[in-house]
Write a new protein. Structure first.
Length: 96
């Protein structure tokens, strides 16, 4: 996975290989983002209370025009990369 933060548009571009997205789907993982961070992480649950899911493995399939991993017969060997753009999340609210 490669991420690129764009401070002007406050977005994060995420590039993932289709085989990586398939592996994450098999393990029940989603992409989570911690407020203020510029790179998401794969996990089944959030690490911090304000973390939010920003993408699922199926979002990368949609970006390539597939409905399911099985639509591409070589999905495990496929080096095809999918990109999505998500909004950056500003810092977590201050709680007293």
């Amino acid at each position: 996975m490669k991420t690129t933060y764009n401070p002007k548009s406050k977005t994060i571009k995420i590039d993932v290989m289709l085989s990586e997205a398939h592996s994450m789907a098999d393990n029940g993982l989603d992409l989570w983002l911690t407020p203020g961070a510029t790179a998401p992480y794969w996990a089944s649950n959030r690490s911090f209370i304000y973390d939010k899911i920003v993408a699922s493995p199926h979002d990368f399939l949609d970006a390539l025009g597939y409905d399911a991993f099985e639509d591409d017969p070589d999905y495990d060997a496929n080096d095809e990369s999918a990109s999505i753009v998500v909004d950056w999340i500003d810092s977590a609210p201050f709680v007293r």
